[in-house]
Design a protein around this ligand. Structure first.
Ligand code: F0G
Length: 347
């Protein structure tokens, strides 16, 4: 049967209420792309789970299909989220699909253009907050406690349920869990979902458990520092978060899996973004953090990837944040439209 989305394929493994009314854009089923060149450099079997290939360009669609389907079935008319951009675009798309009103709160001036454009294109009401993502999330929590508006941030448990599907897919593709799973950590919903998903699949199918490497940006690393960050800053705006809602669970995932949560610098994130692109996979800056963490630990001699099977989760597409690339390159040279001009340059 043709693919029909995350709830159709894995709904029997997700804890969703009976009133759920599935809304799908055929999210999930993303490729696990082998990275033979980078893998050979590290001496490991390396894969990228490319979540940028979801319908709105990020992994958020896996959780959003579940959260919006539940909200719709419950009779909600309006959904709201705080977002660094990807959740906003995803909520907007799934709300549009279901005929719900979507309101998205974003930190003023700190959302990459591809994400903002997505939210606008899908018809969400976009509100900029004079503050951080964390401030916006507090507002969203308060308004959903006081009104019937439904919250679709990853505090919503159905988001976590939907996002478990990525762990199931990885086990299905590889025939078991990898040795390590490396991923960026922002509000900490995704690391929570992966760990829950791997544990559940292992209970049912004896797929084994990965060690989890969660990676934050140095300027927004509350889980590494052990305290909230009041003014988070990083070029990886998707993970510019100082008070992760699921921070405790992220730490548990790292601890239980015998993994760790570390921080990498913006320079490491950007150079790793280029490195992934050099093997054909262009991801947004935050999405390079997992790989950056793997590289940094390996270079520091604190991690030995040799002989291991490692999956790096790349959470969002490079097209989400084109300015990061175009700002730093010189605009391409201009030639007259003649064969001579071209051949003198390239032949
Ligand atoms: N990577 C990308 C591309 C993201 O957009 C996010 C989170 C993360 C990683 C971190 O995932 O929050 O589950 O730990 N973006 C949220 C948003 C905060 O609003 O789009 P997390």
């Amino acid at each position: 049967m043709t693919y029909q989305g995350v709830l159709h394929r894995y709904g029997h493994l997700l804890d969703l209420p009976a009133h759920t009314r599935p809304v799908s854009l055929l999210e999930g089923d993303t490729p696990l792309i082998p990275m033979p060149r980078l893998g050979a450099e590290l001496g490991c079997e390396l894969y990228v789970k490319f979540e940028g290939l979801n319908p709105t360009g990020s992994f958020k669609d896996r959780g959003m299909t579940a959260a919006i389907s539940e909200a719709l079935g419950r009779g909600a008319q309006t959904v709201i989220c705080a977002s660094t951009g990807n959740t906003a675009a995803s909520a907007a798309a799934y709300a549009a699909r279901s005929g719900l009103r979507a309101i998205v709160l974003i930190p003023e001036g700190k959302v990459a253009m591809g994400k903002l454009a997505g939210a606008v294109a899908y018809g969400a009401e976009v509100i900029q907050v004079q503050g951080s993502f964390d401030d916006a999330l507090s507002l969203v929590v308060e308004i959903t406690q006081k009104t019937p508006i439904a919250l679709v941030n990853s505090i919503n448990p159905y988001r976590i349920e939907g996002q478990k599907s990525a762990a199931f897919e990885i086990c299905d593709s590889l025939g078991g869990a990898p040795d390590w799973l490396c991923l960026p950590v922002g509000n900490a919903g995704n690391i929570t979902s992966y760990w829950a998903g791997f544990k559940q699949y292992h209970l049912i199918n004896k797929t084994g458990l990965p060690q989890i490497l969660g990676v934050q940006a140095e300027g927004a690393a509350p889980l590494v520092l052990g305290h909230p960050v009041e003014k988070p800053e990083t070029v990886a705006t998707a993970i510019r978060i100082g008070r992760p809602a699921r921070g405790e669970q992220a730490l548990e995932a790292a601890q239980e899996s015998n993994g760790m949560i570390i921080a990498v610098s913006d320079e490491e994130i950007l150079s790793t973004q280029r490195l992934l692109a050099s093997e054909g996979v262009w991801v947004e800056p935050a999405s390079a953090a997992g790989m950056a963490g793997l590289m940094a630990r390996t270079a520091a001699g604190e991690f030995d990837p040799r002989g291991k099977r490692i999956v790096v989760v790349c959470t969002g597409h490079g097209l989400k944040d084109p300015a990061i690339v175009t700002e730093s390159f010189q605009s391409p040279q201009i030639i007259p439209a003649t064969y001579e001009a071209l051949s003198s340059l390239v032949a």
